[in-house]
Design a protein around this ligand. Sequence first.
Ligand SMILES: [Ca+2]
Ligand SMILES: [Ca+2]
Ligand SMILES: [Ca+2]
Ligand SMILES: [Ca+2]
Length: 369
Amino acid sequence: MWRSFAHTMLVLTVVALLPAAAPASPPPPGEIKARAWADFHNPLSLASPAPAHPDTMPLVEEVTPTGMGEWTRVAFQSYRDGNWEIYTAGGDGSHLTRLTNHAGSDGLPSFDRAAAQVAFASNRNENLDIFIVRADGSNLRQVTSSGDDESQPALSPQGTRIAYARDRDDNLDIYVANTDGSNSTRITYHEMPDVDPAWSPDGSKLAWVNMNGYVGSIVLADPNGSNARTISAPLRYLENVTWSPDGRFLAFDYDADGDQWNEIAVMAIDGTGLHTVYDPGAALVDAWMGSWTGEGHWLAFTRTEYVIQDGRLYLSSLRLQRVPLTGGNPVAITASLLDANPDWRSFDVTPPDSAVEPLPAQTPINFYR
Ligand SMILES: [Ca+2]
Ligand SMILES: [Ca+2]
Ligand SMILES: [Ca+2]
Ligand SMILES: [Ca+2]
């Protein structure tokens, strides 16, 4: 979630801070992205103003109802009301519920396993802090309150602990605390940014990303930081690590083919089998990994499109979509072009059968004779 947080909340601010001098000839889009990426860890991203080109974002996308709204929930952030807020909806976009209503930027939602509560990051108190709210919008409470920026919250599956990244003295590290904020413990001590924590489905492991410039490596450890080991090669623009429901695989996004724009990829937790699942296949488009669907057949993600104006990268649209784990065409989750960072939960292991097949009216009881 680390760069998504930056991207989603901050790209506009970041680009606004870049030198104003125009080059003799415009740099290629990839170079502009690389330049913006260098500042993406700046937590001020949450203070991002509205997307730059709202006129280019008509809300026109159709979503086909599938009935999954009754057995799935997706937490996400949306700018649809002119301010980053936390929402939930069914996996088909139905049952839309807004959980926050504050002038500050609220983003990066994380469900517990039961989808009973949502953790999120907010800059409503000047710097970034972690908050938790019930899935019905009640019982909002603040988990962190330091003057540092705390972000990228990951609720443990049981909903009792929370992992997050804290930016202290310009060094991002992973912390784990109880959900009331007590017992906050730092578990990484690298000079480089340690970001994007993710709990295994049984709560016994944490994965996170250790950054080094444009590349990141996936680290796996116990929740107290012990037994840490790096399980991936350095991957360009790596972010948004998330576990499969069976705990055997990780999905994330990175630039697999070297064209600067991110694809969604899957790898086993022993580091083998790295392969690309989905490539948007266009310049100025990233796929940001969000969450596996509960039954594990789909990957929910943010399709992120950019525009370049005056040599700067701007967000153009953010769409929630899901793509089959086996690859193929994405399906829309919501209809807005201003939604990002989905976290998906399903309440059943498998979708319910839609109907029992009725027997023919005249079927004899002794039909097998
Ligand atoms: Ca808000
Ligand atoms: Ca803080
Ligand atoms: Ca660090
Ligand atoms: Ca790419």
